[in-house]
Design a protein. Structure first.
Length: 277
């Protein structure tokens, strides 16, 4: 009953938003300023339709999703081991903590000039030595600069949550395991990692949201010829605001779906947390 009432409230909020949107669009009467609900719904109902000769909304969202997963994946691969090390070894935290905190307040967009100077328009095609053919077209969509911007946005939530999770692990359990002769690997696998995992997963969830926030900025960089961020930017220059809004909704729906999957994992795997409170 409690879950049902929450869903009713969520649907009521969505319905109220759509009513306000429809009313505002009718009052403004200019689809360049604010398209109608029907215009945007028509685009979302036909996600395979070619838009402005730039491919379909579905194709561009797919390219953007792969870019997000690449940058986010690098952030997870780097951030979690580094966070575990900094959380467990105080010397490592002392060495790296203040240094990494210098860069945390810097917005991902502020890195753009440096990133363009470092990477230019180099892509995964250069990494794999592909210079022609269908694979070149495909791999050249994934520029190092875009991946780095997404990476830097997702990195710090993953890192700080990993540090927090390890530092909050019950030290009594760790010390007891040492006294009983447990190896360092067993302590890590059976005590430290399970205790820190809820915080890590929460950081991964937050980092994924930030990665999507950085996506549009990354896809505005020189050399981008696809992706929903590029589609939104190009549609804006063509005064196609309905495509702009449809792209925004597409990003929102994709991000919300991935966030929902994370929450499902949290509920299924870490239900013991609710019992411990």
């Amino acid at each position: 009953m409690h879950t049902f009432s929450h869903r009713v409230l969520a649907l009521a909020t969505l319905a109220a938003f759509l009513v306000i949107w429809a009313w505002a669009a009718s009052v403004i009467g200019n689809s360049v300023i604010l398209p109608t609900v029907g215009q945007v719904a028509a685009l979302l109902a036909s996600p395979g339709q070619d838009l402005l000769s730039m491919g379909s909304l579905l194709t561009n969202i797919g390219v953007s999703l792969l870019r997000v997963l690449l940058g986010y994946g690098v952030a997870v691969v780097v951030g979690i081991p580094l966070g575990i090390g900094m959380g467990y070894y105080s010397v490592m935290h002392t060495m790296l903590g203040d240094f990494l905190n210098l860069f945390r307040p810097i917005p991902p967009l502020a890195w753009v000039p440096l990133v363009m100077a470092w990477f230019g328009i180099a892509s995964l095609a250069d990494l794999f030595g592909v210079d022609r053919g269908q694979w070149f077209v495909y791999l050249s969509n994934f520029k190092y600069s875009m991946i780095f911007i997404i990476f830097i946005g997702a990195f710090y939530p993953v890192l700080t949550s990993s540090i927090h999770g390890v530092r909050n692990a019950n030290r009594v359990f760790i010390d007891t395991a040492r006294v009983l002769g447990a190896s360092q690997f067993d302590i890590f696998r059976k005590i430290l990692l399970p205790a820190a995992m809820p915080s890590m997963v929460n950081g991964m969830r937050i980092g994924l949201g930030v990665a999507w926030m950085c996506l549009v900025s990354a896809e505005m960089l020189p050399g981008s010829i696809s992706g929903v961020g590029y589609l939104i930017t190009h549609a804006y220059t063509m005064a196609s605001t309905d495509i702009v809004v449809a792209g925004m909704v597409g990003i929102g729906l994709t991000g919300a779906l991935m966030d929902w999957l994370f929450r499902r994992v949290e509920r299924r795997c870490f239900s013991w947390q609710r019992l411990a409170r």
